[in-house]
Design a protein around this ligand. Structure first.
Ligand SMILES: Nc1ncnc2c1ncn2[C@@H]1O[C@H](COP(=O)(O)OP(=O)(O)OP(=O)(O)O)[C@@H](O)[C@H]1O
Ligand SMILES: [Mg+2]
Length: 306
């Protein structure tokens, strides 16, 4: 659905003294293949190149090098066709709404810009979908951040595009609105291909099928959350909390810290059986047993350190 080949973008800006120009390689020869119907997450530190990538994918800025194909169309040669296939929330996207128009008027305005002259039915449908009926005639300047996000997403969805590029779509909105939007995206946009940039790693793990970690404009890790976890630890950890930690001292891969027994194992089932055998035979009181996998945060830290 989306093929990114050797994509590169350099910016120049004046240095602190305002004299010499500095070159910043914001996106540095990245390659990506994003499949139809997939939610693909972009994570990375501030300034890593996520927004620049999304802007190039959505024809908002031109690449210096490399190519991007979106639903079979080239972003440079067929920019107009690409635009017909995508919905975008990029950068400070709520600022692109017209604050002195109502929600409904904004939808109408953007529908006209896209030559959708009979959009009333679609606009009604979107207002319904995003629960904005009560506020449809209110000016945007009176909208809360969550409502502006909903409306911006409704604008992006006017022509029901098969592809969505979402740059921090849930940043700055409350957990309830966030939950509603995630549910909506999961249930109603199941067949859409989505690129989703965010700093919220829980949201990324919850929503994305695959993830790329960008650092200094380069992709340093790519895969499903599951694959990335397996790559970071080729073992799992079993943690036993007990006042009788010495009973477990002979298990392979064990480490004891206070009342915590940590066992690194590649075969969780047999190690768990070993643990339960000891518990039973020695009649030991155990407060908690759990297995641990690395979190996305640990994967992020390890990837950025490389
Ligand atoms: N228009 C521009 N002119 C000059 N430099 C720019 C411009 N846009 C982005 N940059 C620089 O390019 C780099 C990548 O920025 P980008 O906004 O893509 O990062 P990001 O991963 O989206 O960061 P954040 O998590 O903070 O949103 C940064 O060093 C940034 O300062
Ligand atoms: Mg950004």
């Amino acid at each position: 659905m989306i093929i990114v080949d050797n994509l590169t973008k350099t910016f120049t800006r004046k240095n602190k003294k305002g004299k010499k120009k500095e070159r910043i390689v914001a996106v540095d020869h990245i390659n990506l293949k994003i499949n139809k119907g997939e939610i693909f997450g972009l994570i990375g530190p501030n300034g890593a190149g996520k927004t620049t990538t999304i802007k190039m994918l959505s024809t908002l800025i031109l690449p210096d090098e490399g190519s991007i194909s979106v639903n079979g169309y080239d972003v440079i040669k067929d920019a107009e066709k690409v635009r017909n296939n995508i919905g975008v929330l990029a950068g400070e996207f709520t600022r692109s709404l017209y604050w002195r128009l109502s929600g409904k008027q904004n939808l109408k305005f953007f529908a006209n810009l896209r030559n959708m002259w009979n959009a009333d039915k679609r606009i009604k449908e979107l207002i319904q979908l995003f629960g904005l009926k009560k506020q449809e005639n209110e000016l945007i300047m009176k909208y809360s951040t969550g409502m502006k996000h909903k409306l911006a997403l409704a604008v992006a969805l006017l022509n029901d595009p098969p592809i969505l590029f979402l740059d921090e779509p849930l940043t700055g909105i409350d957990p309830v609105t966030s939950f509603q939007l995630k549910k909506l995206i999961r249930n109603k946009f199941r067949d859409k291909t989505i690129v989703w940039a965010s700093h919220n790693l829980y949201e990324i793990e919850e929503m994305c099928d695959r993830i790329a970690l960008i650092n200094n404009g380069k992709i340093v890790l790519e895969g499903s959350p599951e694959e990335l976890k397996k790559k970071l630890w080729d073992y799992e950890k079993i943690v036993v909390i007990s006042n009788n930690t010495n009973a477990f001292i002979n298990i392979d891969g064990v480490e004891i810290k206070g009342n915590v027994v940590e066992i690194k194992t590649k075969d969780v089932t047999s190690t768990l059986l070993e643990v339960s055998d000891i518990v039973q035979k020695k009649n030991i009181k155990v407060e908690e047993i759990k297995t641990l996998r690395p979190t996305l945060e640990e994967i992020f830290m390890a990837g950025v350190k490389k």
